[in-house]
Design a protein around this ligand. Structure first.
Ligand code: HEM
Ligand code: NAG
Ligand code: NAG
Ligand code: NAG
Length: 214
């Protein structure tokens, strides 16, 4: 008996998503943003908040541990999907869009999407780092990300315990992830009437104000 790829693939993805976890709401304490979030025992987390009628933008949260990088595939698999990776460099957070047609260190992606940090949710502490951001133009209609109208879909996660080769450079080569996988993200649960308030936090000054030239 033979199954066509199109029959087998969605089934396999649905099974792997249910076997490897789903999402639930996590209210990030420093920003108060309620993210629909996937959390992994490695210390990895990715959360998302969407407008009630999503178009191209979302508010995201990536959390990792130590000096390693963490990433999300907005389309589920590693290949030909829009990837986001972030990692700490000193007390700063570095982030980058990546995309690759083949397995291996993905080059930076060249699109009109942008990320703006949300200061209160972007920090490093003794064990973890956290990157909260507004992602503009990040939900695409070309199949490289989930669809704006999806109520649920499979996303991918990846976490490396090793640091990027040149942590201060957003284009740094990345060592391969130590762990990775897929899960089912509930985009319907991520939709919130508070989206505009959350998005407005991006680019706001840090909680301790200081003079521009201080
Ligand atoms: C930096 C060099 C990288 C290498 C050498 C690499 C290699 C691989 C390999 C070989 C797999 C298949 C599973 C396995 O055998 O381990 C995989 C899966 C995966 N990778 Fe990467 N990867 C890299 C970077 C990234 C980045 C930057 C991201 C996301 C930001 C990512 C996301 C994923 C995801 C989500 C999967 C699981 C889904 C799938 O199999 O396509 N990878 N990677
Ligand atoms: C983006 O542009 C750079 C510089 O031309 C190139 O090296 C890289 O491969 C491009 N990225 C993708 C995903 O095509
Ligand atoms: C460090 O940040 C992470 C991610 O927000 C959090 O889970 C952890 O409790 C924080 N640790 C300390 C010591 O504050
Ligand atoms: C989402 O929009 C696409 C393109 O307009 C349409 O084909 C698809 O049926 C819609 N899906 C849902 C779940 O509404």
């Amino acid at each position: 008996m033979r199954f066509s790829l199109s029959t087998v693939l969605p089934l396999a993805m649905a099974i792997s998503a249910s076997a490897q976890g789903t999402t639930s709401v996590y209210t990030e304490p420093k920003t108060g943003i309620a993210f629909e979030t996937y959390m992994d025992p490695t210390g990895y987390a990715f959360g998302i908040a969407l407008p009630t009628t999503p178009s191209t933008d979302f508010v995201g949260l990536l959390v990792g541990k130590g000096k390693g990088w963490a990433g999300v595939s907005l389309g589920g698999s590693m290949i030909n999907k829009l990837l986001i990776a972030a990692w700490p460099s000193g007390t700063s957070l570095i982030s980058t869009f990546r995309e690759t047609p083949r397995i291996g260190n993905p080059p930076e992606a060249n699109g009109s999407y942008t990320m703006t940090p949300i200061a209160a949710g972007t920090y490093t502490n003794a064990t973890h780092w956290s990157y909260a951001f507004l992602c503009k133009g990040c939900i695409l209609a070309d199949g490289t990300t989930f669809a704006s109208n999806a109520s649920t879909d499979v996303l991918g996660w990846a976490f490396a315990t090793a640091a990027p080769t040149m942590p201060a450079a957003h284009g740094s080569a990345l060592p391969k992830h130590s762990t990775q996988g897929n899960y089912g993200m509930s985009f319907s649960a991520a939709r919130t009437a508070k989206y505009a308030t959350y998005a407005a936090l991006a680019g706001a000054p840090a909680t301790t104000p200081r003079a521009f030239n201080a």
